[in-house]
Design a protein around this ligand. Sequence first.
Ligand code: SF4
Length: 665
Amino acid sequence: MVEKIYTSCTLDCPDGCGVIAHVESGRVIKLEGHPDHEFTKGYLCAKTYRFPRRVYSAERQLHPLRRSDSTTNSPWIRISWDEALDLVAQKIRTLKETLGPLSMMHYQRTGSWGVTKKLGHRFWNLLGGVTTASGSLCSGAARAGQKLDFGVRLGHDPSDTLNSKLVLLWGRNPLATNLHLVPLLKSVREKGGRVVLVDPVKSESATICDQHIQPRVATDAAFALALAKIILSEGLEDKGFIEKHTYGFSEFRSLLEKHSLQDLSILCGVAVSDMQSIAREYATTRPSSILLGWGLNKYKSSAEIFRCVDALAAICGQIGITGGGVTHGFDTQRLFDKRIEAAGRAEFHRAIPEPLLGRGLMAANDPPVRMMFVNGGNPVNQSPNSNLVADALRRLEFVVVVDSFLTDTTDYAHVFLPTTTFLEEEDALVSWGHNILGGVNPAIEPVGECRSDLWIFQQLADRLGFGAEMAGSPREWLKRILSPMEERGVSVDVLLEGPIRCPVAPLVPFADKKFPTRSGQFEFIEDVEIAPRVDPAFPLTFVTNFSKKWLLSQMLETEHPKTASVRIGPDVAQEAGIENGQIARLRSSVGELKVEVLVDPRVGPGMVIMPVGTWMKRGGGANVLTEDIMSNFGEMAAYGETRVRLEMIEPAIEAGNTRSQSSAS
Ligand code: SF4
């Protein structure tokens, strides 16, 4: 008999789908979308329809492993959980007593958005505090920028998109990364509204838009300022909104006066007449919304870029109105009961910014970092300057990785602890892409000897003498973490039965025109560096994007593309003398890859584009090339500041990461 079990997809994706798992004889045989989920409405993406293949893959590691000797060159051998946990606990104890807790680093990322994953932080805080990672690899600058303008980053509920008459889809590619937004955009158009894509690449999402505007890569701030300049020069601004609800308008006006429209047009590569046309349409169409994507969130000035777009919306009064706003993400996790992280128990504090992980690890002293514990992440593959991160991990005495697969990071690990997937866990999901809360029910028993992150931390806590403070079932912990929601009528028990709308998330943020900023008003940006980084030795901007076939680095080795490939536009191809399908060397100041070059007329000038996530040990790894540069605000990895050049090589040489191949051999 087939049993149907409700759960939610906790992968690091904005859609946060409701899922129905079909289970027969203890095995998941099929996944489908939960029909009652308000946003994801009964369907999933191809990645998750295929997810059972990942759960039952022969590549998945089902038992704890350790190296056969103390080096990471030695083969893995299977060990029992007791042996693995004793080994890790003993190392923690020894380092705490000898070098102190800061000699250990806890690195946790968002491989799963399960709510109980927060308890990893509790464990290390109860231990007394260790070195942690601060900042972000993906959204820190957006959060920081919008916090300065609005006081908090709060998106319009996706359902409010239906009220927009004009949607600017800016640096976002929903057909690849935000699939459930697509029907909403189609509805806007069916009702007579327009959807305009603003993107340096004519992505597949151009096919669901009325118009595509193609600014040069990394010139979004200049483009936003140009539109604002046109609107003000033509008197199309909302004077009432500016007067009553904003702060710093004269400084913003001075910022605009620093740049001529002609200069901005040349910088963006968009004709003045085209900018005038979209500026007028945006200012005079009410309501108009702007949906910002991850394409803007890759630069040193990303927070400022977001602020320029926010300012554009503010001068038009498109803030706090139904169908308006500037939406990027949702920080619903701010509503958790933060006390569960036990931050007050951490006597010791030291943080290495994630974007600077490699050099931060190497530079840390007094005490140096000797051990790293990784869960929910693959820092070697996903951090900028991957080779430097790998070098830093190679120098550590002891690396523990909690994962399901042997990744680029586990190559530097001494102990591997196999974790569960969302199909084997009880948890909850609070999405960063909408306001619907999801329940996560275990559809099956853990495969093999896999165990949840929570179980692993509880077992370690038992061995280290604070087991009682980590004890509790997932459901008990959910009740504690989500108690602010429970107080507003959302019980965890009900949440685990089906998707529920978050009771405290507004459909239209700032409708009361109250902003939790210093002034209590929307605050304008005063200054921004608008010119992209230039390096004559590396003339091209390197852009990493997300594939629709895999999520970050979560792919099976057997699904891995045979060769790493990049896309360039015809202008770059002509300048470099490269033909479609040719193998070339792509070089940045920190690394190089041999890649197959695909010439794609949809790619704008001056850029090379490559999906993130391919594995270094399989010849991929875009972050072999990315430079470790941090955003001005929000401690975010500014991957898009990376400059590269293409070099011709003999066609006979195979594609791959020369450095990682040689170091792995
Ligand atoms: S990866 Fe995203 S779109 Fe796909 S099922 Fe999971 S949440 Fe939904």
